[in-house]
Design a protein around this ligand. Structure first.
Ligand code: ACO
Length: 694
């Protein structure tokens, strides 16, 4: 079940309001608390976004206006142009998640396509929907398009979204010609993927026609008379340049008469026609050329009881008529009739029952890298932990520490010399205050003796003397690990300047494994373009036995679950199913059996090749009955050679962010950094260490 929907279109004036109003009305009758969110609004400056005002007001939403959107269009452009897209997406996710957390359902409205490049905007909508992890409703504007054009746009837009992993619930062809309803629906149903709901909504004159107020805003004039009736609907316009008797023959219901300001005859004639039972009601009169009616005419009008709006503009008749023709109608909070009409149309044309079924049966697939990073940082902050960073003499460690403290993700102890750390912070131009972190020099620390004695006690059976323990405790990996063992810190991160062996050996020696686990192993969270996969073990066990491989798979599945990724384990090999033979394949086959016996609750497949594990088409072909093939999220490599090289190859060749290695199976969290790590790698590793410690 989803509790949010993304409404998107491909061009302006596609009639999103009808779908937005209809959906909100449907949900208001089913759930208690609904919210409406627009990641990027077109409205700049003081005035509020019309849609948000209308939806918020009509449904009496409790959300403050500033929480209903994340950015204005110009703010968004600024962040994109300065390469800060990730900040943009993180903020959108953050605001959306807050609404989602406090409401039963959130309707999210995509951008208005009022800017320059519609391609960028199209991709932007896909990216936002994907990062929010919610399904889309695609609205295609049918006005002025042939059936095949509508179908082409619907198919390519749907493909654009589904290719990126965003599920599409329904495609709505809106504002279509009345008599083409059946034809368009048939063609769309044939061209779009099966199971997708196809909706077509005919164009409505009552919804599409602007009001006199919208005409006034569009032509930029002033009101001379009839301010009270600015909500009059304008269905058509004529130019009053001919003689009055000719003009009268062209009047229809809700006509706007555009005429030069000095044509008193047309003005009076039109006003008379409006109240005559022999002529239709008119919408209003628009006087051009900046000309005002003569005083006698004004006096006459002033004496009338009801007067339709009479507007005056400076521009000439030709220019004014073209502006009138281009005026688009919007549904506003004041226009209750249009709101009711829109809701009525939604109910009439949308298969509400089928849509409800789709909403209920929706299952989110995968998690995007930004969503993953957002979630892990949020989780770390929820229960702040104390992490020790062993390498205070490394610049990357200090830079990451600065960001971690500023964002209040964790509390930190940094091992090293206070004076040299202070000098490095100054050199790096970091404003991190030493008072906000705990700096410890193992050699001069008050805990040194106690830690030496503890290490001696724990390792004396392994032929360690007290002198050796003294030496070892001067080593930052031993000291940091001992802090964690003694409960003086919740987790340790090291390895920016030390080898993996050096970093993790103390943990293997005395932190030891969790009950029921005999093998310490590691995973990487591989942030691929549209999903996060868990790779294990790429850092610790050079040549695992079947039993160790099973342990690695089980630990990796549990880690995966812990980080919000549904585990589907692929036990990788050069053979899928029963197709290949050999010692290495047998090892993986046996490991898969052990996982099945030990943890029948886990979905596991093996031996299986990488392509069959992750590619739905290959998976279906090679292992048609498997519920893992083609959709594996946890990939277990048969040995360190394969695992380490694969993760590095994927990382380098695809640009994927690899978070880890995260050690699993230890009693307390200790994590290793690669010596080639970046500041972001340090930041992310501390975040996952803090979560492991929770
Ligand atoms: N799980 C649980 N305990 C273990 C494990 C394990 N996987 N490996 C070793 N231990 C324990 C041993 O039982 C032993 O305990 P004891 O002293 O109490 O009896 C202790 O750890 C030390 O064992 P050693 O056999 O001496 O292992 P050593 O410390 O030499 O090496 C290590 C362990 C570091 C994990 C080793 O297997 C190794 O070098 N692995 C490869 C690391 C590597 O180079 N990775 C690739 C680079 S990382 C990257 O690219 C991100």
């Amino acid at each position: 079940m989803t509790n949010a929907i993304y409404l998107t279109t491909t061009e302006p004036y596609s009639g999103k309001s009808v779908i937005a109003l209809g959906l909100m009305n449907l949900l208001a009758g089913k759930t208690e608390k609904i919210a409406y969110f627009k990641p990027i609004i077109s409205q700049e400056g003081e005035e509020k976004d019309g849609h948000l005002k209308m939806i918020g007001g009509h449904f009496h939403l409790d959300t403050p206006y500033e929480d209903m959107f994340a950015f204005t269009r110009s703010e968004a452009a600024k962040y994109i142009n300065s390469g800060k897209e990730s900040y943009l997406i993180d903020t959108i996710i953050d605001k959306f998640k807050r609404l989602q957390g406090n409401h039963d359902f959130v309707v999210v409205e995509g951008t208005d396509f009022m800017g320059g490049s519609s391609n960028i905007e199209f991709d932007g909508n896909i990216s936002i929907a994907k990062n929010l992890g919610i399904p889309a409703v695609i609205i295609v504007k049918g006005e002025g398009k042939s059936t095949s054009e509508i179908v082409d746009i619907a198919v390519s837009t749907t493909k654009g979204f589904t290719d990126e992993g965003v599920q599409v619930l329904t495609v709505v062809a809106n504002k279509i010609e009345l008599d083409k309803d059946e034809e368009i629906r048939t063609h769309l149903t044939a061209a779009l993927p099966t199971g997708l709901i196809v909706t077509s909504i005919p164009s409505s004159r009552d919804l599409g026609s602007p009001t006199m107020k919208e005409i006034l805003e569009s032509v930029g004039g002033k009101v001379l008379f009839g301010e009270r009736m600015l909500s009059n609907q304008v269905d058509n316009s004529i130019v009053g340049a001919m003689q009055l008797h000719n003009c009268l023959t062209r009047l229809q219901k809700n006509t706007l008469i555009v005429t030069p300001g000095d044509r008193g005859d047309i003005i009076i004639g039109a006003l008379q026609a409006n109240i005559s039972k022999n002529y239709p009601k008119i919408a209003g009169i628009l006087l051009t050329g900046g000309l005002q009616p003569e005083q006698t005419i004004i006096k006459l009008i002033e004496g009338l009881e009801t007067v339709v709006p009479i507007l005056s503009v400076k521009s000439g008749t030709f220019k004014t008529v073209s502006r009138v023709a281009n005026t688009q109608s919007r549904i506003t909070i004041e226009n209750k009739e249009k709101i009711s009409l829109a809701i009525g149309m939604f109910d009439q044309f949308v298969d509400v029952k089928a849509l409800e079924k789709k909403i209920i049966s929706f299952r989110a697939t995968g998690i995007t890298p930004r969503m993953f990073q957002y979630q892990i940082v949020k989780r770390a902050k929820e229960q702040k932990k104390h992490i020790v960073l062993a390498e205070g003499d490394d610049d990357r460690i200090l830079q990451a520490a600065d960001a971690l403290i500023k964002q209040e993700v964790v509390n930190l102890t940094i091992l090293g010399n206070k004076e040299s750390i202070a000098a490095s912070l100054k050199r790096l131009n970091l404003s991190l205050e030493l008072a906000k972190i705990n700096v410890v020099n193992p050699a001069t620390s008050d805990h040194y003796e106690a830690y030496v004695n503890k290490l001696f006690e724990l390792r004396k059976s392994k032929n360690i003397s007290i002198e050796m323990a003294r030496d070892l405790m001067l080593d930052v990996s031993y000291y940091g690990t001992m802090m964690v063992y003694m409960g003086d810190a919740d987790g340790m991160v090291s390895g920016a300047a030390h080898t993996t062996q050096h970093t993790i050996r103390p943990a293997l020696q005395f932190v030891k494994t969790k009950p029921g686990i005999t093998t310490v192993s590691s995973v990487f969270f591989m942030c691929l373009p549209n999903r996060v996969s868990v790779f294990g073990d790429c850092a610790v066990n050079p040549n695992p036995t079947s039993e160790q491989l099973a342990d690695i798979a089980i630990s990796s599945a549990d880690t995966s679950k812990m980080f919000g990724i549904e585990p589907k384990i692929a036990m990788l090999s050069y053979s899928s199913g029963t197709s290949g033979e050999g010692q290495d394949v047998d090892k993986v086959r046996k490991a898969t059996e052990i996982v099945r016996q030990k943890r029948p609750d886990l979905k596991v497949e093996g031996p299986i090749q990488y392509d069959a594990a992750v590619d739905p088409t290959v998976g279906k072909k090679k292992m048609p009955n498997s519920d893992v093939a083609g959709q594996a999220s946890v990939l277990i490599f048969p040995d360190l050679n394969t695992g380490n090289n694969t993760y590095k190859a994927v990382q380098r060749e695809t640009g994927a962010l690899a978070i880890g290695p995260m050690l699993q199976g230890l009693n307390k969290p200790v994590n290793d950094l690669s010596r080639g790590c970046t500041v972001d790698d340090v930041f992310n590793t501390v975040v996952i260490t803090a979560i492991q410690a929770q």
